[in-house]
Design a binder for this molecule. Structure first.
Ligand code: 5AD
Ligand code: SF4
Length: 472
């Protein structure tokens, strides 16, 4: 009988993309996707360790899965992703009923390791760094089962060369390596030929894309400037026939240059949305974090972006309670956030990650009650600008891409605007996900808009596939 699997994904889009690869490898190995855990023979937990509590949650979940495993012979549990990379052998030492532990650098080995565990018993395989081999290096080079098929993530770079004091990513994802330019274009062309119309370029620090490739050429004696190639990549991906929307995440404010903004402004398919992580507004805290910019510099770049790109939506990440953050520092974050006028912000409470520089600043940890109060104050500021930004869209006609039926109401469809805003609108006939249409915006809430369908502008041509489960 065909064995079935479920992949549960925690954390970021990079992880979601890795999950697609794991699913694709299992499919290629003759397995099928299960509808639920009850129906599954294999459960993969693709883990994240970037923020609080992930450790407790993962081990709690693994212990709860013991009963699931005992219920049926042959059931297997796989732990992959950043937490596996960080904890290595500890995962199986703590939870012996786990069958396979694999890290962030050997996603390509998922199916082989599962087979190995079936014949030889539990296995942990963690590589310390990426292997230089096309298929191993970039998740996008592996077969994928895409969760939605009108849009696709495309990895352009893995790892990160920065050393933000709070961040575990460089430790678990390794050094920054850019994927060859032509390989990315080939993948996007292939996706477009399958009917994909929207791509999101993924990397930890996308706007430094290509610097390492040029450096390598330079070292091998070629006369090239050691410069980044992200602007060029955006323009060329955006020019591929059939690609109607290009998004990317995440850029680093310290590396944001005018050429990228210009490419956004002059490539019609690149969406008017910039995710621009602020982290803090205080120059002192930004320096402690090693972010490489000041509040002023962040704001001036943002003003430049808005001047160059009409109707640009801006979102951000902000951390509250970084070690040593004073009331004055925090007030400066509030000021910069208010001035930046964000469309929305992901706000995080600082969480010490073992092995990072900030985790060692124990004597400067901020009192949790103070953090909770600051978190609320920040939320008020960002919600204020979010509501105003949303209200400004009422009465406008926007092009959306249909994502599917609303989870709460079958009679309502959900779509996304170019600015990445969610729009709910009633429908008489079902529209396939991936359909483009104009809607008139009639109502604004802080986290979504409502509208009325005006006309369909593009009917999708991709094949439908089954969604993966996503946890957070
Ligand atoms: N604590 C809290 N937030 C963090 N982030 C990264 N590391 C931490 C941490 N240790 C946030 C940053 C980053 C986002 C993906 O997660 O804001 O941009
Ligand atoms: Fe982490 Fe900083 Fe790299 Fe982003 S740029 S992944 S926050 S180290």
């Amino acid at each position: 009988m065909t064995r079935k699997y479920v992949v549960r994904t925690y954390g970021c889009q990079m992880n979601e993309h890795d999950s697609e690869r794991i699913a694709g490898l299992f499919d290629a190995d003759g397995m099928d996707q299960a509808d639920s855990e009850d129906d599954a023979d294999v459960i993969v937990l693709n883990t994240c360790c970037i923020r609080e509590n992930a450790d407790n949650k993962l081990y709690g979940h693994l212990w709860r899965l013991k009963d699931w495993k005992d219920e049926k012979d042959g059931r297997q549990i796989v732990v992959s992703g950043c937490m596996a990379q960080k904890d290595k052998d500890t995962v199986q030492a703590k939870v012996p009923h786990v069958d396979v532990v694999l890290g962030t650098h050997n996603v390509h080995r998922a199916a082989e390791l599962l087979d190995h565990a079936t014949t030889h018993g539990p296995i942990t395989e963690i590589l310390n760094e990426a292997v230089i081999d096309d298929h191993a290096l970039f998740p996008s080079a592996l077969p994928a089962r895409r969760s939605t098929s009108f849009n696709a993530w495309v990895t352009i770079q893995i790892g990160c060369d920065n050393n933000c004091a709070f961040c575990i990513v460089p430790a678990v994802r390794g050094r920054e390596i850019s994927r060859p330019f032509d390989e990315i274009l080939d993948e996007v062309r292939e996706l477009a030929s399958q009917g994909v119309t929207e791509v999101t370029l993924l990397g930890q620090n996308v706007n430094s894309y290509g610097r390492d490739l040029n450096l390598e050429l330079r070292r091998s004696g070629e006369d090239v400037r050691v410069t980044t190639m992200f602007a060029d990549l955006l323009a060329q991906v955006g020019a591929i026939d059939g690609i109607r929307r290009v998004r990317y995440t995440s850029p680093h404010p310290k590396d944001m240059r005018s050429d990228v903004l210009l490419a956004m402004a002059s490539t019609p398919s690149v969406c008017e949305h910039l995710h621009y992580p602020l982290q803090s507004g205080s120059d002192r805290v930004l320096a402690l974090m090693h972010r490489g910019y000041t509040g002023e510099r962040y704001l001036s770049r943002l003003a430049e972006a808005r001047a160059m790109i009409d109707d640009l939506a801006v979102t951000t990440d902000i951390i509250v309670g970084f070690p040593g953050e004073t009331e004055d520092d925090f007030v400066r974050t509030l000021e910069v956030a208010a001035e930046a006028d964000f469309d929305s912000a992901y706000t995080f409470i600082y969480s010490p990650r073992e092995g990072t520089e900030a985790a060692g600043m124990v004597e400067h940890f901020v009192d949790p009650a103070v953090i909770a109060d600051r978190f609320e104050r920040l939320r008020t500021v960002v919600e204020h600008s979010a509501v105003i930004k949303h209200q400004a869209r009422v009465g406008r006609r926007e092009e959306i891409i249909v994502e599917g039926a609303s989870r709460r109401n079958e009679g309502v469809l959900t779509g996304r605007t170019r600015q990445n805003k969610l729009v709910h609108f009633p429908h008489k006939e079902m529209l396939r996900p991936g359909t483009y249409a104009y809607v008139d915006i009639t109502y604004a809430a802080p986290h979504f808009l409502k509208g009325e369908l005006v006309e369909i502008t593009h009917v999708p041509t991709h094949k439908v596939r089954v969604p993966l489960l996503s946890v957070s």
